[in-house]
Design a protein around this ligand. Structure first.
Ligand code: CA
Length: 224
């Protein structure tokens, strides 16, 4: 998943981003509310982790603005990550439309579990399992299988395959795939996408990802 992390504490942001990336998520970090909203408007993430105590615009205001956006942005799963333990601030956050809360300090495993639960409950990726023929990719557990055989994917292989499987048959350009794989500002190697496709084909079968010359790639509904 693509996760937008709005957090002004650089230490916490780095730790959370590292934990999420180790679980094959792509993290965009914003250090304040305004840049967070700008990032969200530029590319919709699958979920938002939102700190409440932010410089400038408060986290609750950020949340209200997200909920006031046109759909689908208004429906984004938002988890508030906060040090404020006061019940009042929790209630205020829920009133403003938070999907869940996690109080600092927290264990990464708890954060990851809550994120999975919230996305499972209401994520834009409504289908947990993306399929094309006998190829299946579980977007919650990140497991991939071909028939009865389990396939282990790297985090970028997972992200690339998920992007193709969300709309089987649709052609995704190299640029579109790079946007799914890399956070804004990351400079991928010129042929990173081609390398990943090559690696994926070795794992899931060479004919499942079809190259459409000059346009991009698409997943085949059935293996040849
Ligand atoms: Ca803060």
């Amino acid at each position: 998943m693509r996760i937008l992390l709005i957090e002004d504490d650089a230490f916490i942001a780095r730790a959370v981003a590292a934990a999420l990336e180790s679980e094959a998520h792509v993290v965009t970090h914003a250090a304040d509310g305004r840049s967070g909203l700008a990032s969200l408007a530029a590319a919709l993430p699958d979920a938002v982790l939102l700190d409440l105590g932010l410089p400038g615009m408060d986290g609750i205001d950020v949340l209200r603005r997200i909920r006031a956006m046109p759909a689908p942005a208004s429906d984004l799963p938002v988890i508030i990550v906060t040090a404020r333990e006061a019940l009042e601030s929790r209630l205020e956050g829920l009133d403003a439309g938070a999907d869940d809360y996690i109080l600092k300090p927290f264990h990464m495993s708890e954060l990851l579990a809550r994120l999975r639960a919230v996305v499972r409950r209401k994520g834009p990726l409504a289908d947990e399992v993306l399929r094309a023929g006998d190829l299946a990719l579980n977007t919650v557990t990140h497991t991939c299988s071909v028939g009865a055989e389990r396939v282990t994917l790297s985090k970028r292989e997972y992200a690339l395959l998920a992007a193709l499987l969300v709309r089987p048959g649709a052609i995704l350009s190299k640029r579109a795939l790079e946007e799914k794989l890399y956070a804004p500002g990351d400079e991928p190697e010129g042929n990173a996408v081609e390398y990943l496709i090559h690696a994926l084909r070795k794992k899931i079968g060479s004919t499942r990802i079809e190259n459409i010359r000059g346009l991009g790639w698409r997943i085949r509904e059935t293996a040849k």
